[in-house]
Design a protein around this ligand. Sequence first.
Ligand SMILES: *Cc1c(COP(=O)(O)O)cnc(C)c1O
Length: 263
Amino acid sequence: MTDQPTAPFSPDELARFGADPLTTFRDNLAAVEQRIARACAQAGRNRAEVRLLPITKTVPAHVLRLAFAAGIRDFGENKIQEAMGKHEALSDLDIRWCIVGHLQTNKVKFLTRFAHEFHALDSLRLAEALDRRLAQEGRDLDVYLQVNTSDEDSKFGLHPDELLPLVEALPRFPRLRPKGLMTLALFSTDMDRVRPCFARLRALRDKARAVDPRIAGLSMGMSGDYELAIAEGATVVRVGQAIFGARPTPDSLYWPGFAPGAT
Ligand SMILES: *Cc1c(COP(=O)(O)O)cnc(C)c1O
């Protein structure tokens, strides 16, 4: 597997991924895995309760072949166009595509063709559009409802008050398989401000689960805060840069209005 041919690397790619990305990805995965295991042990949780969802945005398709060779099967992407391109380029590999970013209703038809999971369901309109398209495609979709837990206007996601009405409407959409809630915590290095976002999502999950027992999961935690998220009950951690290195793109590309250093 290690001598699998890949396209030559550009200088930028070499700078980001190094000369031997396969080894780098394996090492990074092992380090993340160790930290997940430690965080689970410290929280008195079973390792099997937490799933690592690697976030592959900005990593080009030919490099992702090496991520696949390193054992990654679930690929998380923020933007639907980018995900579609990679899905086409890597259609020979058995990959589960997981879309974790905001989706406009007019892009629903792209997602329902190939995605296995969607972590950013944030409106009734979107639920209706997804369910209708999925019925046409004869497919089902695992979904997480995204909630804004940081009270920042810049974030996508349901206001906490909007959550239960959407949960109550979910049985109308038989093609959607609700799995849990998702959030992006406050962007801050101050963990005392990040942690309440995770705790808030967990409390909301308890309320939502009382209405619909399928809503059991918590998709929360990224490279900078996944151990804290595990301490607060995360069942899916979405980790990109800790595996694939620092991204060349600014976060404002994914979270409109996000001002670096604002917090
Ligand atoms: C990019 C992204 C992540 C991962 O962030 P990292 O800092 O790379 O770990 C998690 N969730 C969403 C929605 C993302 O877009």
